[in-house]
Design a protein around this ligand. Structure first.
Ligand SMILES: Nc1ncnc2c1ncn2[C@@H]1O[C@H](COP(=O)(O)OP(=O)(O)O)[C@@H](O)[C@H]1O
Ligand SMILES: [Mg+2]
Length: 317
């Protein structure tokens, strides 16, 4: 489905929530939200979302995150589709990090990856009295572009994630249970979670650079005084596996912590030469949690995951 006003545009990516288009001269990006059936919005919802996205982008910019230039966001009714849409427009800011890495040397990837760490450290400067971020962030590497002079830009503003009236704005449509809300707040507004997502996502895209990236992450977090986060990283099961190669640690994995399992799987894959294999990908899909359906990995899948991990990491004799 393509809104009429996008007919002159080229499709760039169909993201999780947005259909993303680019102008023919590749100077501007147009993101349309509300095209999926599940994302139906009435006028009030579309107007409110557009306003929240604008506020969030502004907050990100104010705190010092690098964001695309010439940003606008508006609600728009598409008469042909007969629905309300939210339309975000901004300058094209480069290639998404996960695609950009393909043509780069390891050294360049690591240098640019330092900027990813710098960006999340900027978000860390906004802690509130609950030790949560005032500006939530989803540090999937696909949410950062690499542009001119290899500058990294944060580009994902939907859903808007920020603290408002003592509460946190999380997902954008429909009712949400307290449990789901807690999950999203923990995932996008806490330092430990943001760092874990960044590490896992980076490892997924550049598995062979996970170890040097991990070292740089520890160094930068230490310099920034983020000792509790460093402590979290160095006490994780994945780090214990890195040090000991002990497959017994697989039994300590927690089905309610899919990120912990993914992180562990990265380390096992690296240690045993299973990078980019089917098994490795399978673990990532099995750990995908739809929080609206369940809050932990189902017993059958969890069993399979453990078997897959064992098959990647044969016990040492
Ligand atoms: N300003 C931009 N410049 C260049 N590419 C962009 C820009 N914004 C988005 N993209 C591309 O579109 C993809 C999806 O955008 P995003 O805003 O993250 O949508 P979603 O949250 O639905 O995934 C990005 O991974 C990137 O490839
Ligand atoms: Mg995104």
């Amino acid at each position: 489905m393509k809104p009429v006003f996008c007919s002159e545009l080229l499709p760039l990516s169909s993201g999780f929530q947005a259909q993303v288009f680019v102008t023919r001269d590749r100077l501007r990006v147009v993101k349309v939200i509300g095209l999926n059936e599940a994302d139906f919005m009435n006028q009030h919802q579309a107007t409110q979302l557009a306003e929240q996205v604008g506020i969030y982008q502004q907050m990100c910019q104010t705190v010092g995150l690098r964001v695309p230039a010439q940003f606008t966001c508006r609600a728009e009714f598409d008469p042909q589709l007969d629905r309300w849409l939210v339309v975000e427009e901004e300058a094209y800011s480069g290639t998404a990090f996960d695609q950009w890495v393909a043509d780069q040397t390891d050294q360049v990837v690591l240098t640019v990856a330092d900027q990813l760490i710098d960006q999340i450290l900027i978000a860390f400067s906004t802690l509130d009295e609950n030790r949560r971020l005032t500006i939530g962030i989803d540090p999937k590497v696909a949410n950062f572009t690499v542009g001119n002079q290899q500058l990294v830009t944060y580009i994902d503003f939907v859903p808007a994630r920020y603290r408002i009236n003592g509460d946190y704005l999380v997902e954008y449509l429909g009712p949400i249970t307290e449990r789901e809300k807690r999950f999203f707040i923990n995932r996008y507004f806490t330092r430990n979670s943001v760092v874990k997502i960044l590490l896992i996502q980076f490892s997924r895209v550049c598995p062979r650079l996970r170890r040097p990236f991990f070292e740089r992450l520890i160094d930068r977090l230490t310099v920034a005084g983020q000792t509790a986060v460093v402590e979290m990283l160095t006490s994780s099961l994945s780090f214990q596996f890195f040090r000991t190669r002990d497959t017994g640690l697989i039994e300590q994995l927690n089905p309610a912590d899919p990120d912990g399992i993914r992180d562990f799987a990265c380390e096992v894959a690296i240690a045993n030469g299973h990078l980019n294999t089917e098994t490795f990908s399978q673990i990532f899909s099995l750990t995908h949690l739809d929080v609206r359906e369940s809050h932990q990995i189902q017993p059958g899948s969890f069993c399979t995951i453990k078997q897959l991990l064992h098959s990647m990491a044969p016990a040492r004799r």
